[in-house]
Design a protein around this ligand. Structure first.
Ligand code: MC0
Length: 142
């Protein structure tokens, strides 16, 4: 069951500059940074709120690390902005298979590693009203 918004992914050309915009404008601080080589991104997670059931919501700022990454491709076409939305679930594989059964393309057969040790998969934006949609099971520590 999808229980919350885990994060909103925002694509940018310059991660440090974008982090500074969110700090100076809204007061959001960086909670975590990492490079995800498989996804071709350098990212900063800004924690917006935490919940008592172990979930939290983040803004995820994404800068491409290579020109052939999906985010680089998207930036070249669209410029900076909202890239995807991610829903939190305790069972990313079970929920993605259920959604696949409704005719929506799931991009990975097995979940892959996302931010902070999470397990993630994506739904094709063309099957989701133009919204690239991610499902996330957080690492228990987050
Ligand atoms: C592409 N399209 C999008 C889109 N990306 N529409 C809405 N939002 C997006 N983000 C549209 C294009 O405009 C195009 O539409 C059509 O989908 C095909 O796109 P394409 O440019 O030809 O690219 P493809 O087909 O090679 O790849 C699209 C696909 C890819 C969604 C399959 O971007 C993908 O695998 N995304 C999932 C992985 C990902 O995005 N990782 C980065 C975040 P038209 O109408 O022109 O045909 S990593 C992340 O977020 C991790 C670290 C985490 O959360 O933990």
């Amino acid at each position: 069951m999808l229980t919350r918004i885990d994060h909103i992914g925002i694509a940018c050309f310059d991660l440090d500059k974008t982090v500074e915009f969110y700090r100076a404008t809204y007061g959001f601080e960086v909670f975590h940074t990492e490079i995800n080589e498989e996804q071709g991104v350098r990212e900063a997670m800004l924690k917006i709120n935490g919940t008592s059931d172990g979930g939290a919501s983040y803004l995820q700022l994404l800068e491409p690390t290579r020109e052939d990454s999906t985010v680089a491709k998207w930036l070249a076409k669209n410029g900076e902005g909202v890239h995807h939305i991610a829903f939190g679930t305790e069972d990313v594989l079970g929920d993605s298979e259920a959604i696949r059964g409704k005719g929506v393309r799931v991009l990975y057969d097995q979940p892959r590693t996302g931010s902070m040790g999470s397990q993630i998969t994506f739904l094709h934006p063309k099957d989701c009203g133009g919204v690239l949609t991610e499902l996330v099971t957080s690492h228990p520590e987050h």
